[in-house]
Ligand binder design. Sequence first.
Ligand SMILES: [Zn+2]
Ligand SMILES: [Zn+2]
Length: 327
Amino acid sequence: MEEWLSGWTWNVESISGLILLMTPFVFILLERYFPYQKGLSIFRKGFWIDFLWYTLIQSFFLKILIFDYIIAPSEVALGIDKTGYISHWPLWAIVLFFVITHDFYIYWFHRFQHSNPWFWRTHEAHHSVENVDWLAGSRSHVVEIIINQTIEFLPIFFLLDVQTAAIVVPIKALIDALWGQFIHANIDVKLGRLGYLINGPELHQWHHADHAEVYHANFSTKLALWDWMFGTIYKPGFKPRRFGVWYRFPRGWAEQHVFSIFRFKVSDWEDQGIGKQINNLRINLLNRMRPWLPKSWFADRLDGHEKYGPKPELYDRIHRTRSNSMA
Ligand SMILES: [Zn+2]
Ligand SMILES: [Zn+2]
């Protein structure tokens, strides 16, 4: 490890924690002023599921599981050399190396998840968000996180000594979080030529669209380069009309995980009896808070949404031309 970095572990963790506390507010502000889909409220459909269950509770427990019960025992079992093979590299080169290699892996794994019916079950939850915003990226199935984060962080401990790893892990985690918030953010931003290299909301909002043309496109996470290189880019120049998956998907965290193992009829659970009451609990709670919160927080979620996609006839025409040319 570079000399000046020793003793910085504590600082890196607290600084990245502070940044993470602040960035949501920056994205929320940008989403208000430069929205991609107009009329999306802060407390959009699924907000509490994504915030409470996926962002706070799930990630807290998975962090313990992945680092203490998967990576630490693997290090011992593999007899990993604690001196670190690439610890002598400059910090920027180490971070860049792990960002690029992991991003390349995630492109291919993500692409595989879209083509394999069993692995799709570990990814469909991520696509079930119907109003995509800065928080939407947090919705990730438990199995998907365990696989991806183990593959992401194990090599860091494998190739670096303990102290350097302790600095690189929070930096890498911070980059993941910020980039994840950015590509999902409901911001109308054009990256221009930079868009050939890095990924942004324009391409990833489309990846979340419920349009057949993108069911197998825009797989990149951080670098859009992979989509351009491997021919999976979809950038039509207009905005999607629908987001989410093409079938009814459960709303709750637990139900979403059960559904990935056992398919059940969602309406039987959510539209009646105890399932309905559980689902309405959150909505009722939010309604109680209404008098004390600004009106704009509860703007109609899809107000004006249809206006910003192509006209339905145009969409059908494009779709027909495409299917004809493929036939
Ligand atoms: Zn996907
Ligand atoms: Zn996404």
